[in-house]
Structure formats: C-alpha cells, structure tokens
Design a protein around this ligand. Structure first.
Ligand SMILES: Nc1nc2c(ncn2[C@@H]2O[C@H](COP(=O)(O)OP(=O)(O)OP(=O)(O)O)[C@@H](O)[C@H]2O)c(=O)[nH]1
Ligand SMILES: [Mg+2]
Length: 304
C-alpha cells in the first residue's frame, strides 16, 4: 500500500531536522527512492545529508516553498504524494493514516490537522492560523480546521488542472482552494505537532500575504460567495432605507423622494447581484458535474 506514495520534503537549511524526518519516513516503510527532498539552495549541508540517508535530492528551480512543492509533485510518479516539512515537526507515523483515509474515502486532498501538541505552534502563528482558517471557510463555505498544515496527502490524479499560481507559503491555501473549488473531497486526519528543530522561516508578513492570497483564490475558485457577499452589502441597506421611507410615507404622509429613489436603486442592484449569485452557483455545480462525467468517461475509456 505504501508503494503508492512518494514523500516530498521541501527544505531550506534544515540540517537539524532533516535526518530525523528521513529516518522516520523510512521507519514507516517508505523506500528511500520514494523520498524526494526538494532543496532551495541550502547553505548548511542539508542536501548532502539527505543524499547520505538515501533520499532522492533535487535542486529546486524558482524560489519559495510553493515552487519546491510543485516541482516535487511533478517529479513523483506514484498515485499519491505526501508533502511534509523538513523541520521534524510532523511525525511520519501519520503517513499510513492519511493514505488510508484517501483510499477509503477517495479524497483529493487529506490534511493532517494539528490537534495534539498545539502549544508547539507558537501563540502568534496559532492566532494567525485561526484567522486565516476563518477567512477561508467564510469565502469557500466550508468548515475546515487546518488549511495551512505542513503535512498533507494529495491524489496526484485528481490534481490535474491546478494552476499553481501562488508563491511561497501560499501553496497550501492554493491546493485546498483548488480541491474545494473543483468539488474534490478534502478530508482531515488529526495529527500530532512537535516543536521545531532548526531556524524558523515563516514570518508575520507571510501570514498577511497568505490572507491576501486566500481572497484572490476565493475570487478564482469560489466567485459565488463573493457575489452573494456583494448582494447582501447592497440588499440590506437598500431594504432598510426603503422601510424608513415607507414608514414615514404611510404613517405621517411625508415623502422622501431622494431616499426613495436611492432605496429602489440599491435594492434592485442587490437583487440583480443575488440572481447572478444563483446563476453562478448553478454554473459552478454544472462545471463540477461535467468534470466528474469527463473523468469517469476517460476512466472507462482507459479501462476498455
Ligand atoms: N525548497 C524550499 N523549501 C523551503 C523554502 N522555504 C521554506 N522551505 C521549507 O518549507 C518547510 C516549511 O517551512 P517552515 O519554516 O517550517 O514554515 P512553517 O512550517 O510554516 O512554520 P514553522 O515550522 O513554525 O517555522 C520547511 O521544511 C522549510 O525548510 C524555500 O524557499 N525552498
Ligand atoms: Mg514547519
């Protein structure tokens, strides 16, 4: 079963953690040639160390974690790819659990949700994670718990069509957006998180960039929620002003012409936006249905 997985470890100066990670991954039964370390110009001997331990090491093109993960996903040739940090924070013992979940429930993406050891995340990161998860769930209409986890399993066959437009630490947000947006199942498995070995790369401003990117991704993969948001921004004040005008007209016979026209204009714009929202929801569902149909057709053709 584990032969179906390639483990991808993006690294940048992770000499202190990489041995532990590779040893643990081998320990659960993954063959060394199925461990790909994508190194981003480490100056501390990380790639040499990884090679000594038998892992396949490739030098990343481009820069940032996103480019490294993308390259690893292209390099892998198994159905599943598991991405994990090279800093020793994610225990490899969870790999079989993530794989089993994907196989059983046909998930496109399985997120390792950090449950145990949350104190090792750091208070600022925990707070940032909480906000970013809320923003994501709001715009995508889902209830995920840890979209920015550094340990996740991808069904590579279901990844075709992903655009990989994001940079750096926004890769996780992009992958979750893609799978959610195209209607593939995003599953969750609780995992443990340990304290980091070596120097931290993630800074506060990365969190801000991730927030901006989630909004961009929502517009691309979940425009429906944007349109409904816009329609409520128009409809609510429009109806309130309309009620105000009607109240004075019917009870006191006072005419507010400008407010009346404003109420009609704003409410009808909001109503049109609402109808457009319903239309795009319908189109999105149709896109997902068509995609599923094309997939099953091509599967049938491949099998026959
Ligand atoms: N190849 C490559 N790997 C990177 C780059 N930047 C970060 N990484 C690796 O990506 C993984 C995640 O980075 P981390 O610094 O652990 O960030 P994090 O897990 O979000 O946050 P902390 O672990 O709390 O610091 C680590 O294994 C890093 O070494 C990069 O530019 N290129
Ligand atoms: Mg990390």
């Amino acid at each position: 079963m584990l032969d179906e997985v390639t483990v991808i470890i993006p690294t940048k100066n992770e000499r202190e953690g990489i041995s532990r990670v590779i040893e643990e991954v081998k320990g659960v039964g993954i063959k060394p040639n199925r461990i790909i370390v994508v190194d981003g110009n480490s100056k501390d001997g990380t790639p040499e160390l990884a090679k000594e331990l038998g892992a396949k090491v490739i030098q990343q093109k481009g820069d940032g974690k996103a480019d490294a993960v993308k390259q690893g996903l292209e390099e892998a040739d198994t159905k599943y790819a598991l991405v994990m940090d090279g800093d020793g924070t994610y225990p490899a013992k969870h790999i079989p659990e993530l794989l089993e979940k994907a196989r059983k429930e046909e998930c496109g993406l399985v997120l390792g949700v950090r449950r145990e050891g949350r104190e090792n995340i750091g208070i600022l990161n925990r707070f940032g994670n909480w906000i970013l998860n809320r923003i994501f769930n709001f715009y995508f209409g889902v209830g995920l718990n840890d979209i920015l986890t550094g340990m996740y399993l991808i069904d590579r066959e279901k990844l075709k069509g992903s655009l990989f437009e994001m940079k750096g630490f926004s890769i996780e947000a992009e992958l979750v957006s893609y799978f959610t947006g195209v209607g593939e199942k995003v599953c969750e498995v609780p995992i443990e998180y340990r304290s980091r070995l070596g120097e931290k790369k993630l800074k506060v401003w990365h969190g801000i960039l991730i927030g901006r990117d989630i909004i961009r991704l929502a517009w691309r993969y979940s425009p429906v929620s944007f349109i409904f948001f816009l329609s409520s921004v128009l409809l609510i004040p429009g109806i309130l002003i309309g009620a105000y005008v009607a109240y004075y007209y019917f009870l006191y016979d006072i005419n507010y012409y400008v407010k009346g026209i404003a109420a009609i204009t704003i409410t009808s714009s909001g109503f049109i936006a609402f109808l457009l929202g319903i239309l795009s929801l319908y189109l999105k569902r149709m896109e997902i249905r068509l995609k599923k149909m094309i997939e099953s057709l091509s599967r049938e053709m491949r099998e026959s």
